[in-house]
Write a protein that binds this ligand. Structure first.
Ligand code: NA7
Length: 575
């Protein structure tokens, strides 16, 4: 049992309740404690880490450079923590979040094994009341749902899923006890980022591995390596620069989109450039590519052909290679999985590929998987079938705002939020990483969201407001702006979690625009405008029940990364 399993939060009344002990939740707890608030954090798992607690499947690791993924808010933390690899594996990341929980003395406010099932806004006293799965109830002025964008795993809706008699696991609910593949006949369903990572590990020891692929993705070499002492020092010395690069890039990574057009280069120059960045570590090939591959079909066709050629070069059997080559979408329009020897695995005799477009799965049987073509027998089935992304973590909780309106109903045709962090009719309810926020290198966005929310709460405290609610016209404007803006990207015409499509979840077959696509810098400009305007253009404030629109006077700034980049940290309190 982790030290934080039961913090004994016996007092049911708090200033703030945070849901989730992942990257956003831990930092939010820290910031609210700094404001002097009495805060409780409820976490469903038995430990901290969020996505990096749950996704402990074999091969789980960062696809972003480790040193761009951690927190930037604390100079001490940057100085003390050393990542061992350029793309760290899950156990190390879980250790990092535990280190953070200890370093900032967060454990006493965290209660693990506590799944929040309901949250109701009480209009009579402007407070939130929540219920846990075990029936315990707690209340607070502010409720922060740091539930994460990739939280709710989904199983395929095949007949017989529960009838399988062997071992069965979802990548995002992987057990803590070691799982052996030695001598086992293993099936993996799903070839997204998680499936590709899992497949590479399982193939090492399983007696046979059968990969069930519905849609092939374009996978790119990760280029991982360990970090030696000299590189470590270099990273530490360069944190201010690394942070600035993440701030400046659209995706929050050290890779930024190449402002040139594909067509500015001759075909030989283009090939040479792509050959070079294909072998660079991380997301260089995807997020460091020419800007027009994301918006222009002709430009995208060229890079997609380059990627298809790469797959064909790496897979010996041309029939298998053709199955692995994506044909219904262009490169970079879905999340690009990163890999180390993934395609070569299909050259080995113990790895078989089943193309579900040719031979769909009919059902899961007690002994394995039945397709239209064959009855397969397995000892283990691994579901790498993804998540009810972005809204799934919210939908799982019965969240009710003013007049008992259910958040899930409000969002039934796609999410509606103001900047992804608030939604009208749900006062004092905040969502770091909520729908329609900017999503890139996820922790970079979350850290900024938490700072924004903290500044808003600090402002309320300073002005003695008891409630705040996003204005419907502001959220309508943001939702339309965000949704319309996404349309220019080719990815908006493709099914994936980027467009809110999940064939396994009822009502999520229609494409939506679940997060802001305009990049981190533009997102922050809009957030900072609302602050500069004194918040009151976009929010209603209440100083007492039913007394709206007290004009705030305000001077607040965000501080994310302030101390990390050598500026004096700015306290997020109203001036
Ligand atoms: P993804 O990227 O959503 O991938 C899920 C995979 O599972 C994908 O290949 C799906 O095929 C496949 N899938 C889902 N449902 C089925 C059914 N019913 N039958 C067969 N195959 C199915 O999830 P990941 O966990 O890999 O990654 C999510 C994010 O987490 C990732 O982008 C990183 O940011 C971290 P499909 O493509 O839908 O045809």
């Amino acid at each position: 049992m982790q030290k934080s399993e039961k913090a004994g939060l016996v007092n049911g009344k708090f200033d703030a309740i945070v849901i989730g002990a992942g990257s956003a939740g831990l930092y939010q707890l820290h910031r609210l404690k700094e404001l002097g608030l009495n805060v409780a954090l409820f976490e469903a798992g038995t430990g901290v880490g969020g996505a990096w607690y749950w996704n402990r499947y074999p091969g789980a690791r960062f696809d972003s450079e480790s040193y761009t993924y951690g927190y930037f808010f604390s100079q001490d933390l940057l100085r003390e923590w050393s990542w061992s690899e350029h793309f760290a594996a899950q156990p190390e990341t879980e250790r990092y979040f535990n280190y953070v929980a200890d370093k900032f003395d967060l454990r006493g406010n965290i209660q693990c094994s506590s799944r929040v099932t309901e949250a109701q806004y009480r209009e009579n006293d402007n407070r939130w009341e929540i219920a846990l799965e075990d029936g315990a109830r707690y209340e607070a002025r502010y409720l922060i749902a740091a539930v994460g964008p990739l939280t709710e795993p989904t199983l395929p809706a095949y007949e017989g899923v529960s009838s399988f008699a062997g071992e069965a696991y979802h990548t995002a609910r992987w057990p803590k006890a070691p799982i052996s593949f030695v001598g086992k006949r293993v099936a993996v369903i799903g070839t997204g980022a998680s499936g590709v990572q899992t497949i590479q590990e399982v193939a090492k020891t399983a007696s046979s591995l059968t990969v069930f692929q519905r849609t092939p993705n374009y996978c790119v070499p990760l280029g991982n390596s360990s970090i030696d002492d000299k590189t470590q020092k270099n990273i530490r010395d360069n944190y201010p620069k690394i942070y600035s690069r993440c701030l400046e890039s659209a995706g929050g990574f050290i890779h930024n989109v190449d402002p040139r057009s594909v067509f500015e280069l001759s075909s030989e120059e283009r090939e040479a450039h792509w050959e070079k960045i294909y072998h660079e570590p991380g997301m260089a090939m995807w997020l460091g590519n020419f800007h027009d591959i994301f918006i222009d079909e002709h430009a995208n066709n060229l890079v997609s052909e380059f990627m298809r050629k790469k797959i064909r070069q790496r897979v010996k059997d041309p029939k298998v290679a053709e199955r692995l080559v994506p044909k219904n979408h262009g490169f970079g329009t879905r999340r690009v999985p990163l890999e180390t020897g993934y395609y070569e695995l299909f050259n080995s005799p113990n790895v078989k590929l089943v193309d579900l477009q040719e031979t769909p799965i009919l059902r899961i049987t007690p002994v394995g998987i039945q397709t239209t073509d064959a009855n397969f027998e397995f000892d283990m089935i691994i579901y790498a079938t993804g998540f009810d992304a972005i809204t799934g973590g919210f939908d799982k909780i019965d969240i009710r705002g003013i007049d008992g309106t259910r958040l899930k109903e409000k969002w039934s045709n796609g999410p509606i939020t103001f900047l992804g962090t608030t939604t009208a009719g749900f006062p004092n309810f905040f969502m770091p990483g909520g729908p329609l926020t900017w999503l890139g290198n996820i922790p970079r966005g979350l850290e900024y969201n938490v700072d924004f929310i903290t500044a808003l709460i600090a402002h309320m405290l300073d002005k003695k407001f008891i409630a705040i609610d996003a204005k419907p016209e502001s959220e309508a404007e943001w939702t339309t702006f965000s949704t319309e803006g996404a349309k220019k990207f080719l990815s908006s015409k493709v099914d994936s979690w980027f467009t809110g499509v999940n064939t396994n979840v009822k009502g999520k077959q229609k494409r939506t625009s679940p997060f802001y696509r305009g990049g981190g810098p533009a997102y922050r400009v809009r957030c900072e405008k609302t602050i500069r305007d004194g918040y009151n253009k976009d929010f209603n404030f209440y100083s007492d029940a039913n007394e709206p629109n007290i004009e705030p006077e305000l001077k607040i700034s965000l501080r994310s990364g302030g101390d990390a980049i050598g500026r004096a940290p700015q306290k997020a309190v109203a001036g």
